[in-house]
Design a protein around this ligand. Structure first.
Ligand code: ADP
Length: 392
């Protein structure tokens, strides 16, 4: 009897080499349920597979299913009948093993999802908080600017009203003044004619008249000053000699400085060149710098120990520098960035408008110059104005 058969060694090795995951295995089983190749997880050649009755049904192509084996473990099976052979090729692996990759992928997906969602929630709540904070801050800023604008407008209206009053008061003052002159002239004439004797009473009358003249002149001076202040007028341009101009301004503030115990110092270089500009506007700039310096000095020192220096010197290249330096409270780095902005003030309501420095900045720019500030909190502040010398 000649028996032809396949080289089972090679075939077994080939089938047994199939390894999927940790528990995956492949084997052949005959239609009688006997192993045609040994099974790694138990089952020798030609031994009966106890579980085969569950899947040994005839079918076309590849069939996949999940079954429990006789020990109760769940397996994922893939089976196919070999063509023209009554052998079934079975590939199986434990269900737990088969789905472990899927399971770890799902865990990873869930983890990424949770991480992503919490990230999105975290970022969006952070962003929305920031936006809300910004909106609240900008609302508050808008409100502050609004109220400052109202205050500034009110001040401007007040200025106009004051100018109007001054104008109205000026006319009656002129009438009083001319009536007073008339009375004086008549009295002089009467004295000349001998109608009026030079008694104590007439002397008292004369004193009263000169007192009226003095007071009316004072009132006229005040109304003139208010009118001058309120008048906008075109800027006049003329040569300004700083060696005369600065001492004049110092005289204007000397009284206020001495009342507050502030020492004033002038450092005017002999060679400081003349400048060309509007003296009224330059005066406004310097007076504003002085007033701010006085406030800062009072805040830090009270009524003793204040020092204020003004100086002017050539700065080369046809330019010159004017500086105003105080030993007042100084300005914080944050505020330093804002002090030239209109309406920025740290002064209480009614005291500061926040317009002074922004107006000064504009004036100096119009004069073709620049204004800079250096300050250290608790030490003092120095404003430096750079201007071009007048061309000869
Ligand atoms: P205002 O004097 O009405 O507040 P300014 O524009 O003149 O307006 O000044 C803006 C702000 O700049 C002041 O409120 C003050 O905080 C600050 N500042 C200006 N000059 C000085 C100074 N010499 N020392 C300290 N702070 C100053």
């Amino acid at each position: 009897v000649i028996r032809a058969t396949i080289d089972t060694q090679v075939f077994n090795a080939l089938v047994q080499k199939v390894r999927i995951g940790k528990t995956g295995e492949a084997y052949l089983i005959g239609e009688n349920g006997l192993f045609q190749t040994p099974r790694r997880s138990g089952g020798d050649l030609m031994e009966k597979d106890k579980d085969s009755k569950d899947y040994l049904t005839r079918h076309e192509g590849i069939r996949t299913f999940i079954r429990k084996d006789s020990r109760g473990d769940e397996f994922l099976y893939a089976t196919t009948w070999l063509s023209e052979k009554n052998w079934l090729l079975v590939v199986r692996l434990e269900k737990h093993d088969a789905f472990s990759a899927l399971r770890s992928a799902s865990y990873a997906i869930v983890f990424v999802l949770i991480l992503g969602i919490s990230g999105i929630i975290g970022i969006s709540s952070y962003l929305s908080n920031r936006i809300v904070r910004r909106m609240t801050a900008s609302d508050a800023e808008q409100e502050r600017l609004g109220s400052q604008l109202v205050r500034a407008t009110r001040l401007a209206e007040l200025g106009e009203m004051a100018a109007g009053f001054a104008h109205e008061i000026n006319n009656p003052l002129q009438i009083i003044r001319s009536e007073q002159t008339l009375i004086e002239t008549i009295m002089d004439e009467m004295k000349g004619k001998g109608v009026l004797a030079a008694t104590d009473d007439t002397r008292e009358l004369e004193d009263s008249l000169s007192q009226i003249k003095l007071q009316v002149d004072r009132c006229a001076q005040i109304t003139q000053a208010i009118l001058k202040f309120g008048r906008k007028g075109e800027p006049v341009s003329q040569d300004i000699d700083l060696k005369k101009f600065i001492p004049e301004i110092m005289r204007m503030v000397a009284k206020k400085a001495s009342v507050h115990g502030i020492t004033l110092r002038e450092r005017l270089d002999d060679n400081v060149p003349t400048i060309h500009g509007d003296p009224g506007q330059l005066q406004q700039v310097l007076l504003n710098l002085f007033n701010n310096a006085f406030d800062a000095i009072l805040t830090r020192h009270g009524s003793a120990g204040g020092e204020l220096e003004i100086g002017a010197r050539p700065a080369g290249d046809g330019k010159l520098e004017i500086w105003v330096q105080d030993n007042g409270s100084g300005i914080s780095p944050d505020n330093l960035k804002k002090i030239f902005s209109p309406f920025f003030t740290t002064k209480p309501v009614g005291k500061g408008t926040g317009l002074g420095l922004s107006v000064c900045f504009g004036i100096v720019q119009n004069m073709g110059g620049a204004m800079e500030v250096e300050s250290e909190q608790g030490k003092g502040t120095k404003f430096t104005i750079t201007l071009s010398a007048a061309s000869r």
